[in-house]
Ligand binder design. Structure first.
Ligand code: SF4
Length: 446
């Protein structure tokens, strides 16, 4: 049996696609081009209109090819949850619309496709389950979902509606997943959740929040490595995505400052530097809180780098609000930012907010933040030239077969000359110069 998989959207979706692939591969299915596949699987995103339109376009293409190639079409992800009642009416060629809470039935669906029968999803009681990470043989970085959903209801965001409320994964399951990935040679893990630092686990014996989970993971890995398992090839770096500023507690800062396994880089979404806009977005923090949080983090964690998301063109955003965002960006000096302008998503509260800005103004605001961020990134990179830092070697450079591509814990791209046999290992390099967004470097053995 063969499958073709297409994924849209965030890291969470990519991790979920990996989990679906694990199920298929465990059943001896193989990846193939769509024309040869028994199953075309589309994992969708509805956070932005562009991703949604692209997915609709691809679904229509696959629907048009269905008669000729005879595959089954299944749609999963946020669009499947959002449009679960109407998707098949719009595209009758779709065989399965698998919502967020029906993914646990995916294995049964695959079995039925193989048997040439149909599985009725309506018979399944909706419940969310975490699935095992699919590990690409030879890969040394993997993503491990630890929580799912979001309770925050930022007024522009569709996630709480399509992913549901927050559900956390059991610590035992997380540790077991880390152990099995480490045994497969994984060196870097990213813990994933829409709102990762509001992780919360409760059972009869204990309550565990995100800092407590991070301590547990660090202690577990230390004990494992001290016991000789995977000592020199074990997990060396752990990152996490995405952090909400309101849930970034002093305890979390303490863990990050004291446990070296956690990368000194945090993606912390600012969205706007204007208190008026932050309130209208329902972000639940102020500009002053954010800036103070950054100061406290930087004081506790020397060398910490921060990246962010910036959303401009929100209803009611004035030039003054935009200036407040630019000013906050200049104060924090994010190493990079994902920048986008407001596009109303049907079903979210922001759709009904007054003061919508014309596209021309939104684009002009976006151009300003991009320009300012470019300058900040460039200045930060200049300041880093001459520094010695640790990197994880990711692969061969596309430009030269003699060069390796690597990444620092601060999420900076680096190329340097070295043997291909070093891929997947840590090294120390001196940053020598800058080419675009990448550092040229040399290995140091100090
Ligand atoms: S925190 Fe806000 S932006 Fe992030 S997923 Fe939740 S609702 Fe969406």
């Amino acid at each position: 049996m063969k499958y073709y998989l297409e994924t849209y959207g965030c890291q969470m979706n990519k991790a979920e696609s990996s989990a679906l692939e694990t199920i298929l591969r465990e059943k001896a299915w193989e990846p193939a081009p769509a024309e040869e596949a028994n199953l075309v699987l589309i994992n969708t995103c509805t956070v932005r209109a562009t991703a949604e339109n692209r997915a609709w376009g691809r679904i229509a293409q696959f629907a048009a090819g269905k008669k000729r190639f005879g595959y089954t079409i299944a749609v999963v992800g946020c669009m499947a949850e959002q449009y679960k009642d109407t998707m098949k009416e719009r595209v009758p060629e779709i065989d399965y619309v698998i919502g967020t809470y029906q993914k646990q039935s995916f294995g049964l669906i695959a079995d039925q496709i193989q048997a040439g029968t149909h599985f009725d999803l309506d018979d399944e009681k909706p419940v969310f389950q975490f699935s095992k990470t699919y590990h690409e043989p030879g890969a040394f970085r993997d993503f491990v979902p630890i929580m799912h959903g979001c309770n925050n209801f930022c007024t522009y965001c569709i996630v709480p509606y399509v992913r549901g409320r927050e559900v956390s994964r059991s610590p035992e399951e997380i540790l077991a997943e880390l152990d099995s990935l480490e045994d497969l040679g994984v060196r870097e893990i990213t813990l994933l959740g829409q709102n990762v630092n509001s992780y919360s686990w409760k059972d009869a014996d204990r309550t565990l929040d995100f800092p407590a989970l991070l301590r547990l993971i660090a202690e577990h890995l230390r004990a494992r490595h001290a016991g000789g398992q995977s000592q020199s090839k074990g997990i060396g770096w752990i990152r996490f995505l995405t952090s909400h500023p309101k849930d970034l507690s002093p305890e979390l800062i303490d863990v990050l400052a004291s446990e070296p396994v956690y990368c000194k880089h945090i993606h912390l979404c600012l969205q706007s530097g204007s208190n008026k806009i932050l309130a209208s977005m329902n972000r639940k923090y102020t500009r002053e809180y954010f800036l103070d949080l950054v100061d406290r983090m930087r004081e506790a964690i020397p060398g910490l780098s921060l990246s962010t998301d910036i959303l401009v063109g929100f209803p009611g955003e004035t030039d003054e609000d935009l200036e407040a965002t630019l000013d906050a960006m200049r104060q924090v000096r994010f190493s990079y930012a994902f920048m986008y302008y407001f596009n109303p998503r049907e079903g979210t509260a922001a759709v009904n907010l007054p003061g919508k800005l014309p596209d021309k103004v939104k684009k002009a605001h976006l151009a300003r933040v991009i320009e300012v961020q470019k300058e900040i990134t460039s200045n930060l990179m200049q300041e880093r030239v001459g520094c010695v830092d640790e990197v994880l070697i990711e692969g061969q450079s596309r430009r030269s077969s003699k060069e390796l591509v690597a990444r620092t814990a601060r999420d900076e791209m680096v190329v340097f000359r070295g043997e291909m046999s070093r891929i997947g290992q840590f090294a120390r390099v001196r940053l020598l110069s800058i080419s675009g967004n990448t550092f040229k470097a040399e290995e140091v053995h100090e």
